[in-house]
Design a protein around this ligand. Structure first.
Ligand SMILES: [Zn+2]
Length: 68
């Protein structure tokens, strides 16, 4: 099962993106929080929202959890 991370820095629209390990965007994140191991991105986003209420799945690695 993959590990997920949330970007501590918000996007321009206020979203904190949730990424799955191995996502090509992770190396560009300055500060991220480890969300632990999750079966799906849904529980990862739920966990991320405890820290950043406006969390959203990354459109590249967690498309199922991405809402626009
Ligand atoms: Zn991603």
């Amino acid at each position: 099962m993959p590990r997920y991370y949330v970007n501590n820095t918000a996007q321009a629209n206020g979203d904190h993106e949730v990424h799955k390990e191995g996502c090509r965007w992770i190396p560009f994140i300055k500060s991220k929080k480890d969300l632990g191991i999750h079966t799906t991105c849904y529980s990862a986003v739920r966990e991320a929202k405890k820290t950043h209420p406006q969390s959203n799945g990354c459109i590249h690695c967690s498309k199922d959890c991405h809402t626009s």
